[in-house]
Write a protein that binds this ligand. Sequence first.
Ligand code: G3I
Length: 366
Amino acid sequence: MILKRNYVAVSTAMFMMGTVAGFSQSIPSLKDAYKKDFGIGTCLNNAQIEERDPATTAFIASQFNMATPENIMKSALLHPKWDTYDFTMGDKLIEFGKKHNIKINGHTLIWHSQLPSFIRGIKSADSIRTFFTDHIKTVAGHYSGKVYSWDVVNEALNEDGTMRKSVFLQYLGDDFVTEAFRLAQQASPKTELYYNDYNNEQPKKRAGCIELVKKIKAAGVRIDGVGIQGHWHVGKVPFKDIEESILQYAALGVKVMFTELDIEVLPRNFQGADVGQRMTANAQSNPYPDALPDSVQQQLASDYENLFKLFLKHKDKVTRVTFWGVNDGDSWLNGWPIRGRTNYPLLFDRKNQPKPAFDKVIALKK
Ligand code: G3I
């Protein structure tokens, strides 16, 4: 079947019943199309987790079978004070997952960014170790049996494959990654445990990532998978490096997943997703405030098509593909590295209508 644009809106009830019978142009389901291949995920923000808009909830449930919290399980939000944890939103996410049959990937236990503000006042290794240990034990313990998996450590590497100079490296040394996995395994024994990073498909960073996985395994500690975030640029997706990375990570005996997929279409003078990096706005920085030109739209569609061809080729190794946002309007790329731009990095437009990229990805399964 050739898919047409301008799909009709399908009622909430129809989505929830999982049927689209009678709606000849209703939106096909990504998760259903790929159900025999790998999981299809999205990140979720507060409004989505709280189900503030029933049509959005139904849309999410119809398209995705896995989800990662965009922010609410980061330590600044879950652990706002030294001895205070706030599980309110995280618990709502667990309920959301149960209700809609969506597996939850916890994100993230140990990350140098979005840390609680009290960390800045700590200047002793003992106190950092106490924070580190208590945080993992308490959070992983609270969600044990409730989340399917954890991004145990996020973004611990520099681009050249060396360890990033984080507060954890500074005070705990480079064994902190292994220790994080050891503690997570103890607190949540049945949960899959992953290392997650951006640009770790690039050869130097990949080599550092491989060393980390080997080190964790050599210590007798479990690591189940490596997440390649997949924040790429239109027309510049590094297909060869991605394929090589799938093969090299899988050869270590770990699962490979694409955990934060989006394809940037706006001008940027650097690659990656280091949230500390910013750019200054100028007259050229927001070139498509009203619509994406057809040439870029077609390139985006072709990039997504080729990516999914690659994922399918290695479906025995790739276990999940998660988009970093449900639709273009939700994407963090509208606000980073320059605030207030209009970006188009995902498969659905701002009204949850499929873009040509979606049609290509679905057509691979026809
Ligand atoms: O919650 C506050 C709100 O109270 C305040 O009014 C508002 C004003 O700016 O900020 C809100 O916090 C923002 C938060 O998102 C929630 O919307 C932060 O400023 C903003 O920095 C934060 O951005 C998140 C970013 O991580 C922070 O590091 C993005 O939403 C989120 O998409 C992004 O996700 C990361 C992954 O976790 C790791 N990999 C890279 C990826 C993209 O940066």
